[in-house]
Design a protein around this ligand. Structure first.
Ligand code: ATP
Ligand code: MG
Length: 269
């Protein structure tokens, strides 16, 4: 079956005052429908750039980005995005922040149905009762949950998360991991998540892709032995410790702090 997201041999450079800055140098990645891939890599290697390419906000210099059998050349309404620091509009209620994308992308839902869907999503993430609050009245974790609802309001096929939980404390982050699994079970999407947190990557994703240092290639791919929703206890097993060790080593290789090993893919065992 063809993957829902297919990134083939993508090259991309930015034009800067001091000349061309090569960022992606033959990057490949594919995600099957309903899959969830985490992308990790050194700071500045091109992870956020990759999300902009998938969303169609930028075009590669060469190579191809495919979404659901169509080559991506412009922004797609079938993509939802959430970022590290959710930008919520203070002059709108949480409910009105969440329905905002429906004022921009085409929707078949009337106003009442839009609000109903927003309330449903808020209940999925444990924010019922907060519909009429302003963003400043919410904690960071709550704002991030609201941002997740906003990214999902138009039922996107693809959800892109760029370090969504990076600004949160460890306990709040673990709560949100659980919520992510719950949400994905109820609101199916194909996901790509950028993260610096290796535990987060192995707990949430079906596959972890390690990007090399800039200009980035696909350095290493690890398939998780368990996919979909899983218990937090899986993070405290010897298998998880082994996987984290392998990934940590790969990050050190990507940072140029350790020599590379021979193989570049593994089944995660
Ligand atoms: N619009 C731009 N113009 C010029 N250079 C850019 C632009 N956007 C990003 N860059 C540069 O491209 C490189 C990759 O940036 P990108 O934001 O994709 O990295 P990243 O992997 O997301 O980093 P981080 O982990 O810190 O979020 C960086 O060196 C950055 O300075
Ligand atoms: Mg980034």
């Amino acid at each position: 079956m063809q993957p829902l997201i297919d990134i083939k041999n993508v090259h991309l450079s930015y034009d800067t005052a001091s000349g061309k800055l090569p960022v992606l140098d033959g990057f490949d990645m594919s995600v099957p429908e309903g899959g969830f891939v985490a992308v990790v890599g050194p700071s500045g290697c091109g992870k956020s750039t990759l999300t902009r390419l998938i969303a169609g906000l930028m075009k590669p210099d060469s190579g191809e980005v495919w979404l659901d059998g169509q080559q991506v050349t412009s922004p797609r309404a079938t993509v939802g995005m959430a970022f590290q620091n959710p930008v919520l509009l203070e002059w709108r209620s949480i409910l009105k922040n969440i329905t905002l994308p429906l004022e921009i992308v085409p929707t078949k839902l009337n106003k009442a149905q839009q609000e109903e869907r927003a309330r449903y999503l808020l209940s999925l993430v444990g924010l019922e009762g907060f519909e009429q609050k302003r963003p400043s009245e919410l904690s960071g974790g709550m704002r991030q949950r609201a941002s997740l609802c906003r990214a999902l309001i138009h039922q996107p096929d693809v959800l892109i998360l760029d370090e969504p939980f990076g600004a949160l404390d460890a306990f709040t982050r673990e709560d949100l991991w659980q919520i992510m699994h719950d949400v994905k079970a109820r609101e199916p999407f194909t996901g790509v998540m950028i993260t610096h947190d290796l535990r987060e990557s192995i707990y949430l994703a079906d596959q972890v892709v390690v990007m090399s240092g800039r200009p980035a290639t696909t350095q290493f791919v690890m398939d998780m032995p368990v996919t979909g929703a899983r218990s937090i206890e899986t993070l405290y097993t010897p298998e998880a410790a082994d996987m984290l060790k392998v990934l940590r080593h790969q990050i050190e290789v990507a940072q140029g702090r350790a020599p590379s090993a021979a193989s570049n893919t593994t089944g995660g065992h």
